[in-house]
Design a protein around this ligand. Structure first.
Ligand code: C5P
Length: 312
């Protein structure tokens, strides 16, 4: 009898409906105010676990990135569970990379959530969050999903009520932006608007539920200066009928939210020569249901995914 347990999980992308950068902190990270939202665009990971005397971690993908975040996440989960075994993974990428969509972070979070279930172990959510933070600033958000305010490094999260399942169009201009470089380019422009003003406008965006024509991403101006095609996509998105159009994360992808699914389908046609996707916002309830369905046969705990008091 084989002791291998396996599952196919989906790692969803995120967009930032608002992203304000306040200042660089003593630890080198920047203090953020952001609204994250999971969307229906997703990578897929086949993951299998077999108990063994020694740990081996294999990742098959078409990317060949040394020290991939997925491999590091698997290693971190195995160490935290104090377990040895064979972990075999196949990653099928659909989320554009270096685009501000959190693809690598979501893949890593997916491994942190799936591996303990396959190994029939429970890692408490606080432990998963710590492991996530060590892997990257966006990873903890993907343990939660739905809509959430992120503050601090982006790892202190406050769940927001679920949005309507709005539909949008996402365009990836194929420009790879390094997050670290984007932050360092931002430095000179950080003082153009007072921090107090940023916090006040951020708060009103949270009250709006995040979707607003006045939405703002502080990385946008610098990114558009260097890559004017990002600004052009944004203008075309608005002309195509989007009610808001914004760059996500540190770029380079641009998303537009449309009044309804039919308008989004029409909007998508404008970008038929680009790498473009139609997506819908994925609520926390739906995010959890997706996870539950993927891992149902392996989950023994009564409440899953692991939750804390605030999120119940
Ligand atoms: O945490 P993560 O590895 O995703 O961050 C990549 C880089 O982005 C960091 O090394 C840092 O330079 C920058 N960063 C930042 N402030 C944040 C998040 C990331 O300066 N809040």
């Amino acid at each position: 009898m084989s002791l291998t347990r396996s599952a196919r999980v989906r790692a969803l992308a995120k967009i930032n409906l608002e992203l304000r950068v306040l200042a660089q902190r003593p630890d080198g990270y920047h203090e953020l105010r952001t609204i994250f939202h999971t969307i229906s665009l997703a990578d897929s990971i086949d993951i299998a676990f077999t108990p063994a005397r020694r740990t081996s971690i294999d990742l098959a993908d078409d990317l060949h990135i040394a020290d991939n975040l997925v491999t590091r996440a698997a290693r971190a989960a195995m160490d935290a569970m104090k377990l040895t075994g064979r972990v075999e993974m196949r990653l099928t990428k659909k989320i554009p990379m270096g685009a501000g969509l959190g693809g690598g972070s979501s893949d890593a979070a997916a491994v942190l959530l799936a591996l303990p279930a396959l190994a029939r172990r429970i890692l408490p959510i606080e432990r998963l969050r710590e492991l996530g933070e060590q892997l990257g600033s966006d990873v903890p958000f993907f343990l939660l999903g739905g809509a959430a305010v992120g503050i601090g490094r982006g790892t202190e999260l406050f769940p927001l009520p679920d949005n309507k399942p709005l539909t949008g169009v996402l365009v990836s201009p194929g420009i790879h932006i390094s997050t670290a470089e984007a932050y360092s380019r931002l430095k000179s422009s950080l003082t153009t608007e007072s921090q107090q003003n940023k916090m006040v406008t951020f708060q009103s965006r949270v009250w709006d539920g995040g979707v607003s024509t006045a939405a703002c991403n502080d990385f946008e101006t610098v990114a558009i200066e260097r890559h004017p095609s990002i600004g052009a996509i944004q203008r075309r998105m608005l002309r195509a009928g989007a009610s808001m159009a914004l760059m996500t994360g540190s770029g380079s992808a641009v998303f537009g939210i449309f009044p309804g699914p039919a308008q989004a389908s029409e909007g998508l046609k404008v970008f038929r020569k680009e790498k473009a996707f139609r997506f819908s916002l994925v609520s926390r309830a739906r995010y959890r249901a997706l996870w539950w369905r993927a891992l149902e046969e392996h989950i023994t705990a009564k409440v899953w995914p692991p939750q804390d008091r605030r999120e119940r």
